[in-house]
Design a protein around this ligand. Structure first.
Ligand code: SAM
Length: 285
């Protein structure tokens, strides 16, 4: 590992992040999977096999086409140069940001994800990602420097199960932004799933052709999704908290963001239950 001018760890090709977990272990939700409603469980959900399959799930090429330039336009319009990707996952947005010339630091709480992101950075354009292993709840302890923008994308914030954790994470994001910084955070349209049942058109994000993502159980405190990969029949699950859109917006304002604009599937105007995803753009000043 090297160190950048902010003191963040920077992975080098010889030393990608190592997982302290038994990374070949299968996912384990115990005997009562519907009772697994804990923030800390996300690390154990992203086991090696699932992480390997994840890119098949999100299909980088189609995702690039679906998203277009939405995020980079938002950043460029605000004169952003330095971005912290707090939910790096397999590195899709970090690589796109680097390609667009943004100075980018890539953080995630899953060592499995960071290792895959680092490898992807090298394969997609020879980028050496500056990866930092950090949980959002203690972000300021592990990530250094101030950022013009933070991105938390791919329905990641949904992994926080208590309001206390959500407030803590948002407060940590807020503190890492410059005085006029911006947070871009997206989420599934859980209002539609909770109120009307699941009807995702799979247009955005989860667009791999050989995979289906469907809810196995939904109540006000849990959205348990099943991911089936049709090439080999393998199945994985994620237990997530079904964030209602207006609740997320309220929390953002309550931690201090002055202006929160919400887009539905990258559009400014949308019918309440139409979009699959909401994207919140929260300005600090
Ligand atoms: N942004 C990527 C994408 O769009 O493909 C990854 C999305 S994946 C659904 C969620 C990511 O958030 C995982 O990589 C997970 O490890 C990370 N994550 C979830 N909770 C976290 C937390 N409390 N702190 C840090 N990372 C977290």
């Amino acid at each position: 590992m090297g160190t950048d001018h902010d003191g963040n760890q920077r992975a080098v090709a010889e030393a990608p992040p190592e997982s302290p977990l038994d990374s070949d272990a299968p996912q384990d939700f115990g005997d009562k999977p519907l009772e697994v409603r804990e923030t800390d469980h996300y690390v154990a959900e992203y086991v090696t096999d699932f992480v390997e399959k994840w890119d098949q799930l999100i299909d980088w090429k189609k995702r690039t086409e679906s998203e277009g330039t939405f995020f980079t336009d938002q950043l460029k319009a605000r004169g952003v140069r330095k971005v912290l990707d707090v939910a790096t996952g397999t590195g899709f947005h970090s690589v796109r940001l680097l390609e667009e010339g943004f100075e980018t630091v890539s953080a995630d709480g899953s060592p499995e994800m960071l290792a895959k992101a680092f490898a992807n950075g090298l394969s997609y354009g020879g980028h050496i990602l500056r990866v930092v292993h950090a949980d959002w709840r203690w972000l300021n302890r592990d990530v250094h420097g101030e950022y013009d923008a933070i991105v938390c994308l791919g329905n990641s914030f949904t992994h926080l199960f208590s309001e206390r954790d959500r407030r803590k994470a948002l407060a940590e994001f807020y503190a890492m932004l410059k005085h006029d910084g911006v947070l871009i955070l997206d989420q599934r349209n859980y209002d539609a799933i909770l109120d009307d049942g699941f009807s995702s058109k799979h247009t955005y994000y989860y667009c791999g052709e050989n995979v289906s993502a469907e809810p196995e159980h939904v109540d006000e405190g849990l959205a348990r999704f099943r991911y089936t990969f049709h090439d080999d029949g393998s199945q994985y699950h994620l237990n997530m908290y079904p964030l209602r859109k207006d609740y997320t917006r309220r929390l953002m304002r309550e931690v201090g963001f002055q202006r929160v604009e919400t887009y539905g599937d990258f559009q400014e105007t949308y019918a309440k239950h139409d979009p699959d995803f909401f994207i919140h753009v929260a300005e600090k000043a």
